[in-house]
Design a binder for this molecule. Structure first.
Ligand code: 5GP
Length: 141
């Protein structure tokens, strides 16, 4: 399967559609999932094309994992989380819906289940959560 330049995350990277960005560096971008399964649910993507882990380079995976770790610390702090869940899906059979490599990073509280998928969050709520993450990031030690 080949990479589709018109997938939704490629359009986000090109600023063709809006998103609530919380962090970026040379190799990765992080933004709020539009249908969060927990408050603070973010997506970490490489800035260069990769469909999923099956075609990604080791460098793309390494960059993403470094950012996943950075955001995990920020989410623990921003949401007073007790833990972090990381999800990653590959191809239709693996549960993937958007075909640009991405890692879901979700702050968790003990005993609180993930919300069902497919529920759009209000933009103002996503912005509030993004603000909390952006505030937590520079203060990480
Ligand atoms: P997956 O491919 O891992 O199954 O899921 C793709 C994820 O992307 C879903 O959690 C979905 O809510 C999220 N998503 C789909 N379209 C958009 C969009 O336009 N903007 C943002 N921020 N997230 C999206």
């Amino acid at each position: 399967m080949s990479y589709d330049n018109d997938n939704i995350f490629a359009k986000i990277l090109r600023n063709e559609i809006p998103c609530e960005r919380v962090y970026e560096d040379e190799h990765t971008l992080v933004f709020m999932d539009i249908m969060p399964r927990a408050d603070g649910h973010v997506l970490v993507i490489p800035k260069t094309p990769a469909r999923n882990v099956l075609d990604a380079t080791p460098q793309q995976l390494a960059s993403c994992m470094a950012t996943v770790q950075k955001l995990s610390h920020a989410l623990m702090k921003a949401f007073g989380a007790g833990g972090i869940t990381i999800q990653q899906f590959n191809e239709v059979a693996g549960g993937q819906e958007v075909f640009h490599l991405h890692f879901h990073v979700l702050p968790r509280q003990a005993g609180v289940k993930l919300r069902p998928p497919g529920n759009m969050e209000k933009p103002e709520v996503l912005k509030q959560h993004a603000d909390r993450i952006r505030t937590a990031l520079p203060t990480l030690t």
